[in-house]
Design a protein around this ligand. Structure first.
Ligand code: NDP
Length: 324
């Protein structure tokens, strides 16, 4: 008989209260899998979309695709991992738990210099920042870039990585505290959302920015298009304020022959080589002190609902983690 363990279960689509802590059977590592004792769980906005029914998932389910921890069991057919190894992933499932199964092919080795709580803050938001600026759009030194929610999880990492590239980073934030965090991360100019498109034009001598990275969505989309230079690119990567309604393509013509893309991380982790490239660049930058992951809020596993509520109410900064 397997041992008991605890996990969060989303019992039905709804608000944060549908996330309840339950006793469950401890999973057993199957073929190609690692059983990991979770040290920290990364909370991401996508889990709020799944929980409230915006993204369709079957209920009941245990949310969570990002975690870091220690391997306690290695399933048959796994090579390259052993009991005691420290691993993390952005592509797990059921990570809001004391124990989670991770397919070995998506497990990322955690360098010894990176503590496990930091390791839980990096895979999803770090590899997202990496693909946004390297692959969804390749940012060149000297380019003007607008990043929304500059003090958020993706925002703080992306700003630092863009600054390191030599781009000029303009961000938007909602509070003074967030403005300070965004500046420390390297933003050249920090704006409030109100009238940001006009402010961006002023800051760029009327030209507009080369690229906008927009994870806020519904509330910022129009202003993001209006902030672009001729032939600029809008990378719409999320909808923290709500999903963007259908777009009339003629707006891209009249806006200046603009480009819009709506990427998702999974399509930028197509194989082991791509996954290792992105994760190694992110983890090594942290291990070498060139990139800092800020853990803004820590919650116990039982308080997962509160973590969702705070994330959706814009109360969090940097990374939100759960500690089982
Ligand atoms: P954040 O930590 O950035 O939190 C979201 C932030 O959005 C808030 O803190 C808030 O910052 C800002 N915001 C603006 N308007 C609203 C609103 N109406 N309600 C709530 N928040 C608002 O979250 P993450 O870093 O986890 O994710 C950022 C975005 O990136 C999300 O949309 C997420 O879905 C997306 N994402 C997409 C991926 C992809 O591959 N496509 C992968 C990873 C994340 P402020 O108060 O300063 O405005």
């Amino acid at each position: 008989m397997s041992e008991p363990s605890r996990a969060i279960v989303a019992v039905a689509p709804g608000g944060p209260e549908v996330l309840v802590l339950r006793e469950v059977e401890r999973p057993v590592a199957g073929r190609g899998e690692l059983l990991v004792k979770v040290a920290a769980v990364g909370v991401n906005f996508i889990e709020t979309y799944q929980r409230d029914g915006t993204y369709k998932v079957p209920f009941p389910f245990t949310p969570g695709s990002e975690a870091a921890g220690t391997v306690v069991e290695v399933g048959p057919g796994v090579h390259g991992f052993a009991v005691g190894d420290q691993v993390a992933t952005a592509e797990g499932s059921g990570a809001y738990a004391e124990y989670t199964l991770i397919r070995a092919e998506v497990a990322l080795p955690v360098p010894a210099a990176v503590p496990l709580d930091i390791a839980a803050a990096l895979p999803l938001q770090g590899m997202t920042a990496h693909y946004l600026m390297n692959s969804a759009y390749h940012v060149e030194p000297g380019q003007n870039v607008l990043v929304h929610a500059g003090a958020g999880g993706v925002g703080l990492l992306l700003t630092q990585m863009l600054k390191d590239r030599g781009a000029r980073v303009i961000t938007t934030v909602s509070t003074d505290e967030k403005e300070e965090l965004s500046r420390v991360a390297g933003a050249h100019d920090v704006l409030r959302y109100d009238g940001f498109a006009d402010a961006v034009r002023e800051l760029t001598d009327g030209d507009g920015v080369d690229v906008v990275f927009d994870g806020v969505g519904k509330d910022t989309f129009d202003g993001s298009l209006a902030s672009l230079r001729i032939r600029g690119t809008l990378v719409l990567f999320g909808g923290a304020s709500g999903q963007v309604p259908p777009l009339d393509l003629q707006r891209l013509n009249s806006g200046g022959s603009l480009f819009v893309t709506r990427p998702t991380l999974g399509h930028y982790l197509l194989n082991a080589k791509e996954r290792r490239w992105r994760s190694a660049e992110v983890f090594n930058a942290v291990a070498e002190g060139r990139l800092a992951a800020r853990i803004g809020e820590r919650y116990s596993l039982a308080d997962a609902g509160q973590a969702h509520a705070d994330l959706q109410a814009r109360k969090t900064t940097g990374k939100v983690i759960l500690l089982p």
